[in-house]
Design a protein around this ligand. Structure first.
Ligand code: F6R
Length: 614
């Protein structure tokens, strides 16, 4: 959370930083600020509350002049959303500007001692202790680097920090400690940049390198030197930057979210590409790290993730148990690490994270490594921390997902999980040749069938107009569609701020049925699968209590049409791909309800795309 960008070189830093912040806004958008240094003279700081566009319009008569600068877009943790809490933060003398991503876990103690030593604070943030700590080092006559380096040990928690000092024009210092959402340094033509993510570097940087834990980068126009806290130079390789990281546009759609929903047939196709040998009837996930013997020796598969990625894990669990016949569990990364989980070399852990930077998932992955479990990741962000912790990563290949609510990366995860289930089933000889061939054929047909789900947006728009004024929704599903009900409810609450609960339909009678009345529409996922008759019973139970049912069902299902108030149609499909077809219907329902309510669907309040704090 929070986006950081810094520039040093021959160009005006202000516009470059503003453009970089715009591309990092998905990380947080409570407030934004920049600091620009004009030679050794003036350090100008400008901030505004709200999105980066507020800052850009505030600076429409020109950003402060100068060729060294840094900027920040905030997702508030400590201190309310206010101008004083926006970054950059300064020291007492107004000579240092610092931007920070992370939480200074010992800030109260540090702040208390700084106050005792006469420092004054302008904000309620934890971050503000940082410039004051550097200030103390400088006051003792240390160099900028020597005053900055001790932060690595003095600040508890995970951090990404960039600082500039008025008396060191043409220089930026950057530091990474722990997993606070990454920090990447880039080299251009006589210029250097640093940012939380690649899109902010892409226009200018030709080669980039990721900072590792406890590394400090010294950026000048001529070079980027990476050192340890003790000043030892760390040799780093700078790789050419991938153009895939370039800033995406809306491609004619009103919102990124809609564009990303509509891209999903291609997303599924690209998640399959090159991973299936249709002729041989085999799955070959690239770099799968377990030998044939190790696959046969597997005793358990554990899938972890947060939010939408947790829902993908819950679907994956069912696919893996079905195809590979190995016990599989799904668990929230944030709970996993706090229960001393039993993991050994016969446990395969699959970590799912579109951003690859979710602090809870990274911490859980660390725990798996320490306990000697086998670890693979499903991830959309090339070079992210998750990809570096895992033994192998299966890339989602979904392209940039800019809408804060995950859509296409969910479908990419489901596709890869189906492949993983089949590959494990193949390796464990748990899967007959015919079932494997049929399942691969079904997966291959998913992009085409998905195209049918999104071909006509009219029903979703009509449904949104009809239901946007309701305050509560209940989503019901069974079996593989239980996590899809959870995901549908999550999408609705995230982007329309309507309270929605996802529930296993069989559990309804154990409590939630008390809530049913005409004020709470029930979205029932009822495709024609083996649990269909049970879902029909649940629908009857809702109707008998005066509830309104919106069903997602199979094309041509007259029986369902007769029993429900509204029907969203998906093509008939086997269970392996049914979630891929039902999910977009729920995404579109949530999207149009959000739009109908006038919500900012691409950047819902209080959320951020990369959750880099615990
Ligand atoms: C929901 C959403 C979040 C993320 C969660 C995990 O639309 O976007 O719930 O799914 O924060 O993010 P990743 O997948 O990056 O670990």
């Amino acid at each position: 959370m929070c986006g950081i960008v810094g520039y040093v070189g021959p160009r005006q830093a202000g516009p470059i930083i503003l453009r970089g912040l715009q591309s990092l806004e998905y990380r947080g958008y409570d407030s934004a600020g920049i600091a620009v240094l004009d030679g050794p003279g003036e350090l100008a700081i400008r901030k505004s509350v709200g999105k980066v566009r507020e800052l850009t319009s505030f600076l429409s008569n020109g950003a402060p002049s100068g060729t060294t600068g840094l900027g920040h877009t905030r997702w508030a943790t400590h201190g309310k959303v206010a101008l004083t809490n926006a970054h950059p933060h300064m020291d007492c003398r107004g000579e240092l500007a610092v931007v920070h991503n992370g939480i200074v876990e010992n800030y109260l103690e540090l702040k208390k001692s700084l106050l005792e030593r006469g420092h004054t604070f302008a904000s309620e943030t934890d971050s503000e202790v940082i410039p004051h700590l550097i200030e103390e080092g400088l006051a003792q006559g240390k160099s900028f680097e020597d005053a900055f380096a001790p932060l690595v040990d003095r600040l508890h928690g995970a951090h990404a920090i960039v600082a500039l000092w008025k008396k060191a024009p043409g220089k930026l210092l950057a530091m990474r400690r722990g997993n606070a959402g990454g920090l990447i340094v880039g080299l251009g033509q006589s210029e250097a940049l640093v940012a939380s993510d690649l899109p902010a570097l892409v226009p200018l940087a030709r080669r980039v390198c990721f900072l590792e834990d406890r590394e400090i980068a010294v950026l000048t126009p001529a070079e980027v030197k990476v050192i340890t806290p003790l000043g030892r130079v760390v040799p780093k390789r700078f790789d050419p930057v991938s153009t895939d990281a370039a800033w995406a546009d809306k491609g004619g759609y009103k919102h990124f979210m809609l564009k990303e929903i509509m891209e999903q047939p291609q997303t599924v196709g690209s998640a399959l590409r090159g991973r299936v040998d249709f002729e041989a009837g085999e799955v070959r996930l690239e770099g799968f790290p377990l030998s044939r013997e190790q696959v046969l020796d597997l005793r358990r598969v554990l899938l972890i993730g947060c939010g939408t990625s947790l829902h993908a894990a819950m679907v994956g669990r069912r696919l893996i148990e079905t195809f590979a016949g190995v016990p599989a569990e799904a668990e929230s990364s944030s709970e996993f690490r706090y229960r001393n989980p039993t993991i050994d070399a016969h446990t395969l852990v699959v970590a799912i994270a579109q951003s690859g930077e979710t602090a809870d998932t990274l911490a859980a992955m660390d725990e798996v490594r320490q306990k000697g479990g086998r670890l693979v990741a499903i991830c959309n962000a090339e070079g992210s921390q998750a990809t570096r912790l895992a033994e192998a990563t299966f890339s989602m290949r979904a392209g940039p997902e800019i809408g804060v609510a995950s859509t296409k990366t969910f479908l990419a995860s489901l596709t890869i999980l189906a492949l993983l289930g089949l590959q494990l089933g193949q390796g464990r000889e748990a899967l007959g040749r015919q079932l494997l061939q049929e399942s691969l054929g079904h997966l291959a047909s998913a992009p085409y069938l998905l195209g049918q789900v999104i071909a006509d947006l009219g029903p979703y728009q009509r449904m949104a107009r009809r239901f946007c004024h309701y305050e509560h929704f209940l989503y019901l599903g069974r079996g593989i569609h239980h996590p899809i009900a959870l995901e549908g409810a999550l999408k609705l609450k995230e982007i329309s701020y309507i309270h929605a609960e996802g529930y296993p339909a069989g559990e309804m009678k154990h409590g939630p049925i008390a809530l049913i009345d005409d004020k709470m529409p029930v979205v029932a996922i009822a495709p024609r699968d083996e649990l269909y008759p049970k879902m029909l019973n649940n629908i009857e139970e809702v109707k008998a209590r005066g509830g309104t049912v919106i069903a997602v069902g199979t094309q041509g299902d007259q029986e369902l049409a007769a029993k429900t108030d509204h029907l969203l149609i998906v093509p008939a499909s086997p269970p392996i791909i049914a979630p891929l077809l039902v999910t977009p219907a729920l995404q579109l329902l949530a999207y149009y309800i959000g739009v109908q309510k006038g919500c900012d669907v691409d950047q819902p309040r209080n959320l951020a795309k990369s959750v880099t704090v615990e």
